[in-house]
Design a protein around this ligand. Structure first.
Ligand code: MLT
Length: 264
C-alpha cells in the first residue's frame, strides 16, 4: 500500500488486527525484511511495516535524518489512526526507534531493539560511511550490496543458507541510490542515544544474533544494563539480520513478549 503524507509517498504493509506492531527495517533494506515476522504474527497482531524514506516504494526525497525518519513513522501512525504501537527496530530501525522515543514517546507501547546499538558513529565509522557514499554514487547499489553482504549475515547463514544470502543481496541491490546516500548521512550525523536509554520507561526486548559482527552482543548487553525494564535474548547461529536468519527463534521471543503486553 502507499500513503501520501506531507507530499511524500510511504510504501507500507498493514496486515492483521489487534495490538499494533510497527516494524522498522535497517540499512539498506526495505519492508520485505520483515516478511517472516508478518507471516507469523498476522493472526494475533496488527503488523505495520513501512519502507523508510528513500527505501523500497517510499519517495527518495530529503531531508534525511533519524528525526525525519521518526517523524515519517509518527505521521504514518496518525494516518493509520494508530494511537500507540510496539515499535520493532532492527539496526538503523533501532536508531529511528530511539529518535521516535525522544520525539513522540506517547506513540510507543513497548520497544523491540534488534541487532542495534545506542552509540553514535566513531570518526573511523564516519570515514567508512563516506567511502560507501562515494561507492554508491560511482558504482550503484550493487557495489554497496557487495560491500555489505558479509557483515549483514552470520557465518552460519553464509555457510549453510545460500538462499538467504541471495535474497538479502537482491534486497540490498534494489535500494535506490538517493536513499542509500541519504541514510548514510543520517547515520553519520545521528546523535549518541546512550543518554536516552535510562529514560526508556516502556517494556523493552533486546535481541541480537550471537554472530552479529556489525552490532555485536556486547552493544546489546550495554543497552540491557542501561534500560530499566528490558530483557535480552541472544539468538544463536544468527548474524546481523537475526529476524531473517533464525526466524523461528526470533518470532518465538517476539510473540512471547507481545503476548505478555496484550494480557498485562
Ligand atoms: C543497518 O543494518 O541498519 C546498518 O548496519 C546500521 C549501521 O551501519 O550502523
Amino acid at each position: 500500500m502507499i500513503a501520501v503524507i506531507d507530499e511524500i509517498e510511504i510504501g507500507y504493509d498493514d496486515v492483521g488486527a489487534g495490538l499494533p506492531l510497527v516494524f522498522l527495517h535497517g540499512f539498506p533494506h526495505d519492508r520485505t525484511l520483515w516478511s517472516p515476522q508478518l507471516g507469523a504474527l498476522v493472526d494475533h497482531c496488527r503488523c505495520v511495516a513501512p519502507d523508510l524514506r528513500g527505501c523500497g516504494e517510499s519517495t527518495a526525497a530529503g531531508p534525511y535524518s533519524m528525526d525525519q525518519y521518526a517523524d515519517d513513522v509518527a505521521a504514518l501512525l496518525e494516518h493509520l489512526k494508530i494511537r500507540r504501537a510496539v515499535i520493532v527496530g532492527l539496526s538503523m530501525g533501532g536508531y529511528v526507534a530511539f529518535a521516535l522515543w525522544r520525539r513522540r514517546p506517547d506513540l510507543i507501547r513497548a520497544l523491540v531493539l534488534a541487532d542495534t546499538r545506542s552509540g553514535a558513529d566513531t570518526e573511523e565509522g564516519r570515514e567508512k560511511r563516506k567511502h560507501l557514499v562515494a561507492l554508491a554514487l560511482e558504482r550503484g547499489a550493487g557495489a554497496v550490496a557487495d560491500a555489505q553482504i558479509n557483515g549483514m549475515l552470520g557465518k552460519t547463514t553464509r555457510e549453510s543458507h545460500p538462499d538467504i544470502v541471495e535474497s538479502v543481496r537482491q534486497m540490498l541491490s534494489a535500494a535506490p541510490v538517493d536513499g542509500i546516500v541519504g541514510a548514510l548521512h543520517a547515520m553519520m550525523d545521528r546523535p549518541d542515544s546512550g543518554p536516552t536509554l535510562a529514560t526508556i520507561t516502556v517494556p523493552t526486548a533486546i535481541m541480537v544474533g550471537d554472530e552479529d559482527a556489525l552490532t555485536p552482543v556486547k552493544d546489546s548487553r550495554s543497552m540491557h544494563e542501561a534500560i530499566p525494564s528490558s530483557r535480552l535474548e541472544v539468538i544463536r547461529g544468527a548474524g546481523h539480520l537475526s529476524n531473517l536468519e533464525k526466524p523461528a527463534a526470533f518470532n518465538h521471543v517476539l510473540s512471547e513478549f507481545v503476548s505478555a503486553l496484550t494480557y498485562a
